[in-house]
Design a protein around this ligand. Structure first.
Ligand SMILES: [Zn+2]
Length: 306
């Protein structure tokens, strides 16, 4: 009974495929429909790439689609890295890096208040110390603040001892001004490697990625470009990256109008974490809880130089 099925003859399948391929290219209509199918497939992939926050490498990678199918592309518990919000919810998180800057922070806060929305600011420790009033106002108006290091160095280019100090000095500065600690972190330039992720995880941070790359920090970009590029890349669960600079501050009202017109709700990164699918949400919440309950023991980790 078990032998009822004959094992396939070696090479049988490829030869059938080759025969089918030859048959397809034997006629003009076969060639034409193959060409048409390839154009449609390529065009579809191009359209998807242009309208979604996805790299070509991800689009063409089966392992990316496998991770995405399992939901591991949203939050990775192994590294405590948040890359994307819930794709099933019409919401986005608005984040501003590099502030608080005198020239733009106040204007951004005014706009957020006018539209009744909150954002997450990844502030630089050195600027927190220079502008404590702006930091206090950011929090008082219901916004959230994350760690963007003290001097804005690329963490992958400095050793663990210095990286630890960059992150911890920012937390100490934040604590002195506000009486609170920081739990969210975005590394400058989003430059990450396994060593840095291992350090941030031991220090109890959730590292927050981004999905839109608005390029709003470049000198030569126009406000129109920032608005268009940001709005054309948002989808459910996007983490929008902007900067606390004058041009993005000018672009913000039109971006908020555009998001509203597309039906998006704006949430903070913490709210986005709380809205993740159960498996990822529980992993992220357990991780944060463990670090808070350990009375920030992780922040006092002794880091040896490599
Ligand atoms: Zn930055």
């Amino acid at each position: 009974m078990t032998n009822a099925k004959q094992p396939p003859t070696p090479g049988g399948r490829p030869s059938r495929l080759r025969r089918a391929g030859r048959a397809l290219f034997a006629t003009w209509s076969g060639r034409l429909s193959t060409l048409l199918a390839l154009i449609l497939l390529g065009g579809g992939a191009y359209w998807y790439h242009e309208h979604h926050a996805i790299t070509w490498h991800e689009l063409l990678s089966p392992s990316y689609w496998m991770r995405r199918w399992r939901g591991d592309d949203l939050y990775d518990p192994g590294t405590a890295l948040l890359m994307h919000g819930n794709r099933g919810l019409r919401e986005v998180a608005l984040t501003f890096d590099d502030g608080p800057h005198r020239q733009s922070c106040g204007q951004i806060l005014d706009t957020l208040k006018r539209y009744g929305v909150h954002a997450t600011f990844f502030d630089v420790g050195m600027r927190m110390a220079q502008n404590p009033d702006l930091l206090r106002r950011t929090l008082a108006e219901g916004n959230e603040v994350g760690n963007h290091t003290y001097d804005h160095p690329r963490l992958i280019k400095i050793d663990n001892r210095r990286a630890h100090r960059e992150i911890n000095d920012t937390d100490i500065t934040f604590y002195r001004i506000t009486g609170r600690h920081l739990y969210l972190l975005r590394p400058p330039g989003m430059d990450l490697n396994a060593r840095v992720l291992n350090l941030t995880r031991r220090m109890g941070y959730i590292v927050v990625g981004e999905n839109t790359a608005s390029h709003d920090f470049a000198q030569d970009v126009s406000v129109d470009f920032i608005v268009h590029r940001t709005l054309s890349r948002v989808e459910n669960g996007s983490i929008i990256l902007m900067h606390d600079y004058p041009k993005p501050a000018l672009a913000l009202p039109r971006i908020l109008e555009g998001l509203k017109a597309q039906g998006f709700r704006i949430v903070t990164v913490s709210e986005m974490i709380a809205h993740l699918p159960d498996r990822q949400r529980i992993a992220a919440e357990d991780y944060l809880q463990a670090h808070m309950e350990a009375d920030l023991r992780a922040r006092q980790v002794v880091v040896r130089s490599p």
